[in-house]
Design a protein around this ligand. Structure first.
Ligand code: SF4
Ligand code: MSK
Length: 653
């Protein structure tokens, strides 16, 4: 008790984060008496039973908690809940409920974009138009929408408006159609599609797979962990090759396919003499409008009248990645820096949409002048200082103007005590399948520059997809940076999304110059020759679908096997925390990729079920889960897997 009383109640800033700007802001918050998630992590410890997946609260007779005996299980595992549910059943139910939640978050995001797309296709809104016709023509055939029409024996180009309308209708139907299977599944390499078919995991529509998880995990329904995981897999595929992929594609058509551009990352992008408007969340539907409005002359003039030099937009979480990759808007920070952006004292408004928004933002905002604005009908906050401006695509420009004006008007209320950390780094972002192909020789195979040839000749050892969140249970950004640096040191090119991408940007890893400092000789040579960073920022969480399609292009180009599971590649989420990460992990595994998670794993209390995920899945899907909290070992597990795949392909020189 005495020891407890003496224990510090606040976080040690250096132990809490690897990033100096973050350390400075944690310290400032503590000096000002403002509590952050870093402090709460010290005083609020997780429940070990829940964290390891073996607490069931799926009915009113529980919660039933089945802790692992000290020293592990000897002999038969006799643990069971009131209804008799085994640890495997409970852990599998919890795990696939996480998949359902994650898949629905991505897919509902996709649905919202599809609805805006429909409004644009129907010309019901002036704010949104079909911007990237090339991308529209590229995705239309994948949705069985014809792009040509036959007239009098002649093949003619079909009217773009007509194509857009049909794409909108077909895409929206993917969420709830009565029959068939998701149309995008056939974009996967043929052997992968056939494997899913054989395994009985072809998703029928997006919503149904989520609903079926909720049904099957209700008390008294599915009690076989293998059968539960079959549905978890089907739902995750509906996310990666369905909702997320549609979100990415339709966003590209509406807002433009990203191409590499330059910007900056970290809290130091905020400017003392500017109005600072921070955009946070996931859907770019609103943020696109805010960017357009903030860059318009009307708001620039209004801003000058208010005495500020300009409007500094910046982003947090995946909204940040969306507006970075299409407009070069700088990254303010990762998930764990959201409270800290307000603690600078320079944040005049923070506008949030959906996902990864901490409720404590409202409590922090109360301590400063910051206006906190929620915008989505499904994501409000209970605190009375939060302003809700419901965003609607039919009056998008007006809503965006209201928000930007509110930030400008609030500039005058800023206190004297402003402390923006002077730390930021340059970034090159905006990569995708198209630009990877373009920058590496214009195709995936056939020249000195292409990705496949460089993997085959060994200059590039393999591909690491490193993605995902921050988790306050591990040192902020340390695992992200350590895993990525270890991979590139060993000639593994990294594709990154989400908060890992932001962390890499903050650390300066997203520039071509990084290659000479941190990469092994092979990867450094490739990066220098073609002028790309060794760590390619490919977007937001839904843009993990870009990684699936890049892997598919690698397979189709030839020389690296017939399926994604043959490619020397591995996935990783070193600091994951969200349910979306579990859904992403599962669809990546089901797509044939070995995937390592760090920090914690939510099934370790059910060793038999965990073995199923960590070993048996590879026999079924060619991809499997793994867990490794030590970031160096984590990277080397990925490298060992890449080497195993190289050996199987006979390119292990
Ligand atoms: Fe307990 Fe079974 Fe109810 Fe879960 S479903 S809380 S294990 S009785
Ligand atoms: S924002 S889901 S914390 S990556 Fe996509 Fe970052 Fe994870 Fe949210």
């Amino acid at each position: 008790e005495e020891k407890k009383a003496k224990a510090p109640k606040v976080a040690d800033p250096v132990a809490a984060s690897y990033d100096v700007a973050t350390q400075e802001m944690i310290k400032r918050a503590q000096d000002l008496g403002v509590e952050t998630c870093f402090d709460r992590a010290v005083t609020l410890k997780p429940c070990n039973i829940g964290a390891t997946g073996i607490c069931c609260k799926n009915c009113g007779m529980g919660p039933c908690r089945l802790p692992l005996p000290k020293g592990g299980i000897e002999g038969e595992d006799t643990r069971k809940g009131i209804c008799g549910a085994s640890p495997n059943t409970i852990a599998a139910r919890n795990f696939i409920r996480m998949i359902a939640a994650g898949a629905s978050a991505h897919s509902d995001h996709g649905r919202c974009v599809a609805e805006v797309f429909m409004s644009a296709a129907r010309k019901e809104t002036d704010a949104y138009q079909i911007k990237d016709i090339q991308k529209l023509l590229q995705i239309a055939p994948c949705l069985d929408v014809a792009i040509t029409v036959e007239k009098d024996g002649e093949v003619l180009d079909r009217d773009i408006d007509e194509i857009a309308l049909e794409v909108a209708e077909v895409a929206l139907n993917e969420w709830g159609k009565a029959e068939g299977e998701l149309k995008y599944l056939k974009r996967a390499p043929a052997p992968r599609y056939e494997l899913w078919k054989k395994m009985g995991v072809l998703p029928r529509n997006i919503d149904r797979e989520v609903v079926e998880i909720m049904h099957r995990t209700h008390i008294g329904v599915d009690q076989d962990y293998k059968n539960l995981m079959k549905q978890g897999t089907r739902c995750a595929i509906a996310d990666g090759w369905g909702g997320s992929m549609l979100a990415t594609d339709l966003q590209d058509v509406l807002f433009g396919t990203p191409y590499p551009l330059q910007s900056e990352a970290n809290l130091g992008v905020m400017k003392k003499d500017h109005v600072n408007l921070v955009i946070h969340g996931h859907e770019p539907v609103l943020s696109e409008m805010i960017v357009a409005v903030a860059q318009g002359q009307e708001m620039i003039d209004y801003c000058k009248q208010a005495g500020a030099k300009g409007i500094q937009l910046s982003g947090i979480c995946c909204t940040a990645n969306e507006i970075l990759q299409r407009h070069g808007v700088p990254l303010c920070g990762t998930f764990l820096q959201q409270e800290l952006a307000i603690i600078t004292g320079a944040c005049d408004a923070m506008v949030v949409d959906i996902q990864c928004i901490m409720q404590n933002l409202a409590n922090v905002a109360k301590c400063f002048h910051t206006k906190l604005i929620t915008t989505h009908p499904i994501a409000k906050m209970e605190q009375d200082n939060v302003i809700h401006i419901e965003f609607d695509e039919h009056h998008a420009i007006e809503d965006a103007k209201r928000i930007v004006k509110m930030a400008i008007d609030n500039y005058a209320n800023r206190g004297e005590d402003v402390a923006i950390p002077q730390h930021k780094n340059p970034v090159i972002a905006g990569f995708g399948v198209e630009s990877i192909e373009y920058h590496l020789g214009g195709s995936f195979r056939g020249s000195y520059y292409t990705l496949n040839d460089n993997i085959i000749n060994g200059r590039i050892r393999g591909i690491g997809a490193v993605v995902g969140c921050n988790n306050v249970r591990t040192r902020h950004n340390y695992d992200h940076i350590t895993v990525v640096k270890e991979l590139i040191k060993n000639d593994v090119i990294v594709l990154t999304t989400g908060c890992n991408a932001i962390a890499c940007g903050m650390e300066g890893l997203l520039t071509p110059e990084t290659a000479q400092v941190f990469c092994g000789p092979g990867l450094a040579e490739v990066c220098e020759t073609v002028g790309i960073p060794p760590v390619l920022h490919v977007g937001s969480c839904v843009d993990n679908s870009r990684i699936l399609l890049a892997a598919t292009e690698v397979v189709k180009a030839g020389g690296l096997g017939k399926d994604i599971s043959d490619v020397p590649a591995a996935g990783s989420a070193p600091e994951w925390m969200s349910e979306k990460a579990i859904s992403i992990g599962q669809y990546v595994v089901a797509s044939g990729v070995y995937t390592v998670f760090g920090t914690t794993f939510p099934t370790s209390g059910a060793p038999v079920f965990q073995k199923y995920l960590f070993e048996d899945f590879e026999k079924m899907y060619g991809g499997m889960w793994d867990f490794e909290p030590d970031p160096i070992k984590h990277a080397h597990k990925m490298i060992a897997h890449i080497d195993k795949k190289r050996a199987a392909l006979g390119i292990d020189k």
